[in-house]
Design a protein. Structure first.
Length: 154
């Protein structure tokens, strides 16, 4: 058996500590595998952190194209002012969007889209974290995932 790989957030996403606050309110696990964040029952997981953040900042959906649909029946949707949301996008809460969501995308609950991240045309995202600069540019399904800084799904 070879050496164990370090799968902590610090090892997998070294630039996270240098993000300069670009990842609002997010706390990654320090001493356990990063994927524990995807356990919805984990009190420090993505779902719970997102719900806590949204309780504090609430909903925000200003200036959207009339074809954009928002479903807040399960929680708020907060779209950071200046984010780009294309036409015919559907977003379900709870979700936080600070990046770009292109036309025809489907953002399902517990999606955290950081500044500079891209959810592309006809892409579906569910219970996932897209760190700054992560891109799922077109025709992708991203579910129960963490996409690191600058990752580009082709």
């Amino acid at each position: 058996v070879g050496p164990l790989m370090d799968v902590t957030a610090a090892a997998l996403f070294p630039s996270l500590s240098e993000s300069g606050g670009r990842v609002t309110g997010l706390r990654m696990p320090q001493d356990e595998p990063v994927w524990v964040m995807l356990d919805k029952s984990n009190m420090s997981g993505l779902a719970k952190q997102l719900e806590f953040l949204l309780r504090g900042i609430g909903s925000n959906q200003r200036g959207l194209d009339p074809s954009v649909t928002i479903d807040e029946s399960n929680g708020p949707v907060h779209i950071v002012d200046g984010s780009l949301i294309g036409p015919s996008v559907h977003i379900e809460g709870p979700s936080y969007i600070a990046g770009e969501v292109r036309h025809g995308a489907y953002v399902r609950s517990h999606s955290w889209i950081c500044r500079g991240a891209v959810v592309g045309h006809a892409t579906e995202v569910k219970h996932s974290l897209l760190l700054p600069g992560a891109k799922a540019p077109h025709f992708n399904y991203v579910g129960d995932s963490i996409l690191g800084f600058g990752v580009n799904l082709g």
